[in-house]
Design a protein around this ligand. Sequence first.
Ligand SMILES: [Zn+2]
Ligand SMILES: [Zn+2]
Length: 341
Amino acid sequence: MDGMAWIGQFWLTTLTWLIGLAAAFGLLARLMPCNPGMYWWKYRRGAITDAVYWLVVPLVLRVLSTLMLAAGIVFLRGGQRPHWLPAQGWPLWQQCMAILLLQDVLLYWIHRLFHRDGAWRFHAVHHSATVLDWTSTARFHPVNHLLAFSLADVVVLLLGFGPEALVVLAPFNLLYSAMVHANLNWTFGPLRFLFASPVFHRWHHTMREEGIDKNFAATFPILDVVFGTFHMPRGRLPDEFGNGEADFPEGFWGQFLHPFRSDDVSPQARRRTRVIRVASILGLAGLLCGGTYGTLRLAEQDRQQTDAAQQHRHEQRARHASELSQAAKASPLESPVFCKK
Ligand SMILES: [Zn+2]
Ligand SMILES: [Zn+2]
């Protein structure tokens, strides 16, 4: 598929999803709201920013994720197809369950790390929505997305899971993420410790002190119970959402550049900003160089394998023809050609 067709297909699929999610969660939020009156369409600037995160950012991330995977295969696996685990032989549903569990543990700790000091600047973008609705699902700084979700996908592929398991899980993950961000008062009652609910994740987004650094799990809150970060008080619902920065940029480019800027003039803050800039530039350069090298090397490997297979087929045909001709010379009536009848 060429580039434009790929982009067109991506936009068509995403727009179909957006229409479906808007209809489903729009109706449900009318019937069972967590925060009555809080709807994404009432905050136009935020909705336009979220549209960029849904429709444009994933295109860039898809390319960068592919480069990350190619670099991983070449530098960690020496160009060999990943098989650290014999997972590709497992039934698809078992692979999906294992990936869900594995990625939830990985993403829990990555999420916790993104709530600390320098990394928070990137994650603050996700927490910037003051009108919290399902549309906030995609609002992640590209650096945050790459080092969390893209990395988690690359890790399971390098471990040996089949890409088809990720393809099967993608719609579930999208729907589940949209659901936990939707403006719904669902707590899941007795299952609140097993499955993340909208109320569980909205407590994570609250600016109120009691919800700060709580409820990091994406799907299974039992992780928060085990690691002491679970917070879901009975009979109360979260409100007051945002990242605590009153003048946080509302547009995409302002949010994209925000982690690399600092209004704080203290030497410590300026030094930290410089470190973030240098680390980001080096990280991006490393990803582009390593990913391009990996992609070229894998393409060359594929070309060599195709050539070898063609050569093998050619030799087999030549050997078969030679055997036929020898058989025909030895005894024309018993040659395989005549035996066919
Ligand atoms: Zn967070
Ligand atoms: Zn969230």
